[in-house]
Ligand binder design. Structure first.
Ligand code: CP3
Length: 368
């Protein structure tokens, strides 16, 4: 595939369930579509079996393994969308940094960025087709194997979240090393954020060319920024990504819905609803009705049940889902959790969540 080739492969099986895509575009399908962040994950025994004894990023580099892991949750639950199995940290890897996934410790960079001079260690012109072609292959393979059951979502980490990993070298509670850059080295910070944005734009376009039918941008570390820093170091890049991806797709007569999930960025909900994304993903700290009011019908909303509500008995899950649906309404709404599933969650309760979304929303749309 050449760099400029962003023409969708044409021979994919026809899409049978488009409820997710319609809700993303602000419509009211016959039931509210539902999927879960981290729906391919360690809470599934079959996932643990495929992953057993294998390196995490080796798994990410195997299109067959990614395809299988993406399809696993769809065999169990009637989810209305799937998300390609991969990771946000493949971008720092493509830019030349070594990242390992250490069991019990999580992502770990061998040699994180320390000072602005370290930016010279990064690859200047990343060829995403060369470095990340394995993700594109996984997407194309999955589009065929999924047989049009539900749409396939591609994703990326947002610039600030990736920057924070590249400087912290792994998980952190304060993100103080990365935030130190923002306050002490604002210009090099913007340079790094621009470099990341350029790679992300090409990466997302490559995913659409490979067959992704929607795109989600994860700004998982938005909450560690305050409103002022968010407006300077996150929002402009989120907007730039959406605008550039959409402009480039438009040139080819294409369009895919884009979702922005800026975790804990409730302070920026108004700005996010005007940042060129069709859908704003919400964590569980935002009240559904308040989110609707503050976004004023400009976008569809996705979320936002507290993942820990899945520890509740099934009847309680059903009540929580009913309230959530009443708050969001059934138009322009995609049900999800407010963050990813945890490894100790019971698949049966995930089934109860999906079933409750479908049942309650079907009766709500019939009444309307
Ligand atoms: O099902 C899906 O949602 C698709 C796959 C997916 C993974 N990671 C697979 C994965 C997606 C969308 C991600 C995104 C991702 N990765 C984010 C953004 C979303 C969020 O959680 O805020 C982040 C911050 C990462 C970085 C990352 N990767 C972390 C913090 C971890 C957990 C480490 C740990 O030990 O708990 C990972 C590993 C990871 N990525 C797992 C999965 C299923 C679990 C580890 C494994 O399979 O061995």
């Amino acid at each position: 595939m050449s760099k400029d080739d962003i023409i969708l492969p044409k021979d994919f099986p026809e899409l049978k369930n488009d409820t997710f895509l319609r809700a993303a575009r602000g419509e009211e399908p016959e039931h509210v579509p539902v999927w879960c962040m981290r729906q391919a994950g360690r809470y599934l025994p079959e996932f643990r079996e495929v992953r057993a004894g294998k390196d995490f990023f080796d798994t990410c580099r195997s299109p067959e393994a990614c395809c299988e892991l993406t399809l696993q949750p769809l065999r169990r639950f009637p989810f209305d969308a799937s998300i390609i199995f991969s990771d946000i940290l493949v971008i720092p890897q493509a830019m030349g940094l070594d990242v390992q996934m250490l069991p019990g410790k999580g992502p770990t960079f061998t040699d994180p960025l320390k000072d602005p001079e370290d930016l010279q260690r990064l690859q200047p012109n990343v060829d995403v087709h060369k470095e990340l072609g394995y993700v594109f292959k996984a997407i194309t393979l999955t589009r065929h194997k999924i047989e049009g059951k539900v749409p396939l979502i591609g994703f990326t980490g947002a610039p600030w979240t990736l920057m924070s990993y590249m400087i912290e070298g792994g998980g952190s509670s304060t993100h103080s090393k990365a935030k130190r850059w923002l306050y002490r080295h604002p210009e090099p910070s913007h340079l790094l954020l621009r470099m990341l944005t350029d790679v992300i734009v090409e990466y997302l376009l490559g995913q659409v060319a490979a067959g992704a039918q929607a795109l989600q941008v994860f700004e998982s570390h938005a909450g560690i920024l305050g409103p002022v820093e968010f407006k300077e170091f996150s929002l402009p890049y989120l907007r730039d990504i959406a605008r550039r991806v959409k402009d480039r797709l438009k040139e080819k007569g294409q369009d895919v819905p884009m979702i922005v999930f800026a975790k804990d960025a409730h302070y920026a909900l108004e700005e996010l609803s005007e940042s060129h994304y069709e859908v704003v993903g919400l964590d569980w700290t935002i009240d559904p009705r308040a989110a609707r009011e503050r976004t004023g019908g400009k976008v569809s909303l996705q979320g936002n049940m507290d993942p820990c509500a899945l520890y509740a008995p099934k009847e309680r899950i059903s009540e929580i889902v009913k309230k959530m649906l009443e708050g969001f309404g059934t138009r322009g709404y995609i049900a999800n959790l407010g963050h990813g599933l945890y490894p100790d969650m019971d698949p049966e309760n995930v089934a109860a969540f999906v079933e409750a979304v479908h049942r309650h929303s079907k009766s709500a749309t019939k009444q309307a």
